[in-house]
Design a protein around this ligand. Sequence first.
Ligand SMILES: Cc1cc2nc3c(=O)[nH]c(=O)nc-3n(C[C@H](O)[C@H](O)[C@H](O)COP(=O)(O)OP(=O)(O)OC[C@H]3O[C@@H](n4cnc5c(N)ncnc54)[C@H](O)[C@@H]3O)c2cc1C
Length: 438
Amino acid sequence: MAGRVLQGLRDAALRTRPIFEDASTAFAGKETHELARAYAVLTGCKYYGFVDQLSPGAVERLLPYVPRWAVMPFFSHFVAGENEKEIAPVMRRLRSAKVEGILDYAAEAKLDEDDGRSTSGAVAREYAFSSEQACELNARTFSQAISAVKNVSPMGFAALKVTALGDPALLEQASEEIRGGEKVSPGVLTSIERRLRKLARQASDLGVGVMVDAESYQHQPAIDHMCKQLQREFNLRRPIVLNTYQCYLKDSERRLRQDLAQARSEGWIFGCKLVRGAYMKGERERARRLGYADPIHDTYEDTSANFSECVDLVLEHLAEHQGKTSLMVATHNRESIEGTVRTMERLGIPAAPRDGLRGGVNFAQLLGMSDYLTFSLAHHGLRAFKYVPYGPLGEVMPYLLRRAQENSELLTKVDEERALLLREIFLRARDAVLLKRA
Ligand SMILES: Cc1cc2nc3c(=O)[nH]c(=O)nc-3n(C[C@H](O)[C@H](O)[C@H](O)COP(=O)(O)OP(=O)(O)OC[C@H]3O[C@@H](n4cnc5c(N)ncnc54)[C@H](O)[C@@H]3O)c2cc1C
């Protein structure tokens, strides 16, 4: 089996261009009307001019007045459904194509109306803190997502956002202390740690993974600090907790090196998701406003070079410590994926087995984006995931808009996918006509 997987990987490495250009493989599990919808939605996103003008709050207010038919194509393309029941068939289809899920409940828990502190309901990648009670409700929502993973994608993960679990002001205070080389003051992170630990324990008991998203620079050291503690506790026999490294940060490679060395010396399983980073504009603006050095690499090329260096670092660790490393390469960048596959080949790292343990090398893209990469990777024996948002329509749409704004650059780079979609639609139409004539 290992030999066959390895052979598959060798083939993939040698033929990376053709494997991502085979539309029939990439879209085998999709109905033709889904391909047409994907083409229309991605074309709309490419010419997204309006996306940057809208605010998530405005979208939430306007949504009740917008006809459902105008919203549903976007919702159905990027979101798996409103609840666990609705996402089950989507996950079944992904799994039949050997793709697993990273479930992201994309809505913020609301307090009761009479609490007087109900949240705006705006869904964000970073949560606006309203109260400890709201954080408890968010923790309950994450807990439901962990159970949902067990039910619909048992080899998958639930995505966690730490800013939903406590006061970001406390995360910022702890982060400043850590950056200043001090110990975190007693009590500052206690309630956030308690909620995180409970979620990690639940995931560990159910045998599913949790993936902690990376957020803003001013909160990240505290998030890293708590994640490392959880990895020490829960990543002993298998990787349960994965932390995220944003490679656009100038200090990311140094932190990654340190954490790898610590995992090695302390003997726990190192689990990480590598991304380029989603908050570039906001981070640069904040650094300028507050007068500190911009933490983000100066150019896209620098970020990309750092991304491949970080991938190489983790792969080298993996090659030496098989079974002690779990890497999630989370990118829509085809060159980054090809580079990862080439390095795996060079270091003799086999494709990760589909054994539910989540070790080895994994790849992930967002639902509705770069399907041609995800499904081709899975088809060729590499372990692939979709980051799957779900939640009530009215709450997910502002979240989607915010995500579209964060990834607006990405949405303009969909030409390759649109060309493949068009080719597949054309081939299917041609086959249907030929079949009718025969
Ligand atoms: C499964 C998944 C999970 C994710 N989780 C997170 C997360 O937890 N936290 C998070 O922050 N993001 C997360 N992201 C988003 C990710 O960080 C990127 O924003 C997004 O994937 C685009 O990067 P790319 O490598 O796919 O594409 P590319 O188009 O190759 O890269 C675009 C990225 O390059 C960087 N960049 C662009 N221009 C410049 C410049 N001038 N100077 C420096 N850098 C530049 C930015 O990071 C930009 O987002 C996730 C993405 C995926 C697919």
